[in-house]
Ligand binder design. Structure first.
Ligand code: NAD
Ligand code: ZN
Length: 374
């Protein structure tokens, strides 16, 4: 088992990463100052695949453990499901030291995390992330939230878990699309902080990676280490934590313009990373070779590097974003692998060009090449 520490003084915690980690949750949790009544928040399919192992491990250490299953959809991050979760906690008479455990992807983690942050003004929170995105990103760093009908993650809190336990074997049952989606975040870490991770990925395929538990453990540990280091110096994202948003300014806008259904988060971020690397290159910040390399890697991992079809609203969403950051567009630009900067001075005309060209690029897809063209 590998471990990474998120150093936050009294609120520091350990991320345990390895194969078969699910069977150790009871033992690891028993070391923490918690009472022996736990609530595992999950989703039906995840409960069917992994619920029993987690419950058994907890019960073997004397925990009275129960599960609560939420809807398998983004809609679970709602006031309605939050209330149902509180009801279950009250019904089970969870006390201020009873751990609330999220077993699932980012949806379960964000909802359970917000519930844990607010139930009795905060109960111990444990993350057992089961998607690659949750393992390398959402389970670490303490962002928790539910959605408001007017916006994603509008209601939330910073609330750090007491423990993160990552069983890389759970990725065996993850759909290929979700796995690839998580890989977009892994590529992001390679670009912002770890050239050798980027290079390692250049020699991998998605399925090859999935089948190699030791390699998965190493890759996920590297990502967790980067996120842990960033969060330790800027927990509330007042500065450097923003580098984790590489590819996300464009990515969020693409995701939103696609109605959150055309592209997964990772797919939108993949396209966003291509666009922002292109932007960096046009600003003279990086070499054109870097753009080619980023595209090649994303493509080899089965991620999109251009839009599938023209979608409306990307520009408008970016402009909305602009209002949020004191009237300035904020991008994370890249100079070279492992070297990025947070910039508020990107010319909006250039941003407009990138979007316009991105919107037109899909017309170059194979199906639309005019007859006779080679
Ligand atoms: N808190 C943060 O810092 C942060 C960061 C990024 C994203 N997020 C949030 O995370 C959410 C997205 O998370 P996600 O991509 O994990 O999606 P998700 O939680 O919806 O999971 C994707 C799908 O995979 C299924 N699944 C999960 N684990 C599985 C497994 N091991 N085997 C088979 N199926 C499995 C889920 O049931 C679901 O159907 C969004 O709501 C986003 O806002 C939060
Ligand atoms: Zn992301």
């Amino acid at each position: 088992m590998q471990t990474v520490t998120v150093a936050l003084g009294e609120r520091s915690y350990t991320i345990h990463i390895g194969q078969g980690a699910l069977d150790e949750v009871g033992q690891v949790l028993a070391q923490l100052p918690v009472t022996k009544k736990a609530l595992v928040v999950t989703q039906p399919a995840i409960a069917a695949a992994y619920g029993d192992r987690v419950l058994q491990s907890l019960r073997a250490q004397g925990f009275a453990a129960e599960t609560f299953e939420v809807l398998d959809a983004e809609e679970a991050k709602s006031l309605d499901w939050l209330e149902r979760l509180y009801n279950r906690a009250v019904e089970l008479r969870l006390d201020r030291r009873s751990p609330m455990i999220a077993l699932g992807g980012g949806v379960v983690g964000d909802l359970a995390g917000f519930a844990a942050a607010t139930y009795m003004r905060g109960v111990p929170f444990v993350q057992i992330p089961t998607t690659l995105l949750a393992q390398v990103d959402s389970s670490i760093g303490g962002k928790t939230a539910i959605n408001h009908p007017r916006g994603k993650n509008l209601i939330g809190a910073f609330y750090q878990p007491r423990l993160v336990l990552i069983d890389v074997d759970t990725l065996q049952t993850l759909s290929e699309r979700e796995l690839r989606s998580g890989l977009a975040e892994v590529v992001k870490y390679g670009v912002i902080a770890k050239p050798d991770l980027f290079e390692l990925l250049e020699g991998c395929t998605t399925e090859g990676l999935r089948q190699d538990g030791a390699l998965l453990t190493r890759v996920i540990r590297d990502c967790c280490q980067i996120k842990a280091d960033v969060v330790a110096v800027d927990e509330h994202e007042t500065g450097i934590r923003a580098i984790l948003n590489f590819g996300h300014t464009f990515g969020h806008a693409i995701e939103a313009a696609g109605g959150f259904s055309t592209y997964t988060h990772g797919e939108a971020v993949a396209i966003g990373m291509v666009w922002v690397t292109d932007l960096s290159q046009r600003m003279g910040l990086c070499q054109p070779e870097l753009l080619a390399r980023v595209k090649r890697l994303l493509q080899s991992l089965g991620l999109p590097i251009a839009l599938k079809a023209r979608i409306e609203g990307i520009r408008e969403t970016i402009l909305l974003d602009k209002k949020a950051v004191a009237g300035r567009l904020r991008f994370i630009t890249v100079e070279r692998l492992g070297q990025v900067s947070i910039r508020d001075d990107v010319p909006s005309q250039l941003v407009g060009e990138i979007i316009e060209e991105g919107l037109s690029a899909h017309s170059l897809s194979k199906e639309e090449v005019p007859i006779g063209a080679t």
